[in-house]
Design a protein around this ligand. Structure first.
Ligand SMILES: N[C@@H](CCC(=O)N[C@@H](CS)C(=O)NCC(=O)O)C(=O)O
Length: 227
């Protein structure tokens, strides 16, 4: 089995998956899909992801090209579903706590970001709204969602935290937190009230897998505009 990851350099959900691949030693071919020049809206990408988003993991069956009836392409969307899949096919190192209570709390932290904050900072949120929503107002709404979500994350993680979000084990919660803090800076959020979270971030940014999957390493030279 081999993998292709359709990603965008500064997509926070893409970073979660790139990071998990590095941690688990999963070899993926990275295929950039631009979110700023319409590439993610093309029919060929919509066939991979019905909403035209990233990341998308393609699971390749190596022998399929030689078979008479090649298997249809297998695409997996939603970064957290991809992380769960990796956890099952490549269990080491574990990115889920073994204790059921901590695992459930960790999943709550993940969802605060994945389904709480993240959709509210997505460019597509206001795209088809009429009349058009002014850019500054969108930014303001995103900033509010990020601040509220990070406040909740900091409170909920308080009894769990150690070196990282859940004691001293790197988990899905860290893989969501660090990319979210990166996005928060893009939205010019004041992170000073979130020192407990930025301390965890500083530790993680010094780890090899986090550094090697960091958006700055994948920035296309011609990258312009927003997102
Ligand atoms: N919950 C999804 C989010 C996917 C998503 O919204 N990705 C963003 C980039 S981080 C995207 O493709 N946005 C393009 C758009 O909103 O049109 C996941 O975790 O994969």
């Amino acid at each position: 089995m081999s993998f292709r990851l359709f990603h965008y350099w500064r997509s926070s959900a893409s970073w979660r998956v790139r990071w998990a691949c590095r941690l688990k030693g999963i070899d993926v071919e990275l295929v950039p899909v631009s979110l700023i020049d319409g590439e993610s809206e093309e029919i060929k990408h919509r066939a991979r992801h019905p909403l035209g988003r990233v990341p998308v993991l393609e699971v390749l069956n190596k022998s399929s090209s030689q078979e008479q009836n090649p298997t249809p392409p297998r695409f997996l969307i939603e970064s957290v579903a991809i992380l769960e899949y990796f956890e099952e096919i490549a269990p080491a190192p574990r990115l889920l706590p073994t204790d059921p209570w901590q695992r459930a709390q960790m999943r709550a932290l993940v969802e605060l970001i994945n389904s709480g904050i993240h959709p509210q900072q997505n460019p597509s949120l206001f795209e088809s709204v009429t009349p058009p929503v002014p850019a500054e107002f969108r930014q303001e709404l995103a900033r509010k969602a990020i601040c509220e979500g990070l406040r909740a994350f900091q409170t909920l993680s308080e009894p769990l935290r150690g070196q990282y979000c859940v004691q001293d084990q790197i988990t899905f919660a860290d893989l969501c937190l660090v990319p979210q803090l990166y996005s928060a800076r893009r939205f010019q959020v004041d992170l000073s009230p979130f020192a407990a979270l930025t301390q965890i971030e500083s530790r993680l940014l010094q780890t090899e897998a986090c550094y090697l999957s960091h958006p700055d390493r994948y920035e296309p030279p011609q990258a312009l505009g927003n997102p």
